[in-house]
Design a protein around this ligand. Sequence first.
Ligand code: SAH
Ligand code: SF4
Ligand code: F3S
Length: 476
Amino acid sequence: MSVSSVSTEEMGEQRLFTQRVRAVTHVFDHRPLAYTHSYGCQQNVSDGEKINGMLAEMGFGFTDSPEHADLVLYNTCAVRENAENRVFGNVGALKALKQKNPDMVIAVCGCMVQQEHIAERMKKRFPYVDLIFGTHVLHRFPELLYTIYEKRRRTVCIPDCDGVVAEGLPVRRDSRFKASVPIMYGCNNFCTFCIVPKVRGRERSRVPEEVIAEVRKLVSEGYGEILLLGQNVNSYGKDKGVNFPELLRRLDAIDGEFVISFMTSHPKDCSRELIDTIADSRHISYHLHLPVQSGSDRILKAMNRHYDTAKYLELVDYARSRIPDIQLTTDIIVGFPGETYEDFTQTLDLMRRVKYDSAFTFIYSRREGTKAAAMDDPVPEEEKGKWFRELLEVQGSIGEKAYEKYVGRTMRVLCEGRGRTDERLLTGKTRQNIIVDFAGSDELMGHFADVKITKALPWALVGEIVENNDKKENVK
Ligand code: SAH
Ligand code: SF4
Ligand code: F3S
């Protein structure tokens, strides 16, 4: 099967099922409550916001605890084994709740169950799970839930296909200030360690007009941060005649005060055009998350990443020359099959050379069905653990001083919540996506303010609000 758009007729059918579920739950003696949790990446969290949107339209309210829920749903991640173990543990813990309340509906969806062997394990080990559905049928959630209520029969729906694009699903956003907007789904890169292409299907982009209309609406509703999502945003629009920098330029033309950020940017097709677009923009975040994975060209090749360290460093240097304030972050895997200590020290060298503001670091996790799973992996876990700790130390000492250059400067900050360093403070983010805590009134929540930086921590800034000033260095 190939990638396709879900037709308006099909979406209309789902709206009918939404009404039917509403009618079923309407006769409950109370408003039905849902507890949902999404694991994994921002894309999955964004899917979770759609699930919650559909639930709200089906008449559900929401609760923070599974004990009070009529429906518990886990939207799962398969990227590493420990993510999967957590889900098995949490689903296992629902058994007692289901015994107490047999009417409770338990659903598990997302990347983990898109893998056949996991879906089988889930079915056998947890007979009390009512609904299991894969990543390609998210939009059919109302229909699937209706089947459960109507037929009281366990339902499993995990079609294997290249993926679909479903427009017009309702979204219940987690934040009033920050909105995620997927611009593409799936991945065609097949990095040898990664399960994502297998569970998320082939790369497919939303049409630019849909994305632009959504962002325009969000900005008019007062969202200050728009986060564009894709496993590799740099390959956006290959079949749409509009590449990612062009999409960014069109979004940047929207008036209002807001910041556009995006993730993830794969180095293999991160271009000078992208960097120039950020540098010349009014709204685009000065934050580039550019996962390098390894500093060894031999390992990068084995990972099928399609770039080498020379190309990567050239991009970093160009980005720093065009945008001196750019915040650079990365992902790194330690202990890929066949990696030697010599390879690993090349990763340390690269980190010292680039001086990342922060790094997300992972020990390699074997994923069944990937190419790397069949490779020789002789280094013991204990040894990999040692390397991992060494890496954390090196990054720790690099990151410690990264923000000091901002002390004394006045920065434009989007205020998003309560302080991270102190509950009595407010917290916000700069255009570089750096956290800033400062004293201020709750009315500032969701708005931009000018903050003078007084102190730099390794992971955040602290500052004071500047009254009556017109210095706006962040948003032109
Ligand atoms: N699409 C993004 C990455 C998505 S997964 C990109 O290509 O940059 C997020 C991160 O998880 C990856 O960057 C990688 O560092 C890590 N990761 C993915 N598979 C992994 C595995 N099998 N073991 C350990 N880390 C993994
Ligand atoms: Fe996985 Fe590579 Fe695709 Fe990222 S680009 S999702 S690491 S296969
Ligand atoms: Fe995990 Fe799926 Fe995202 S595997 S990282 S939730 S795309």
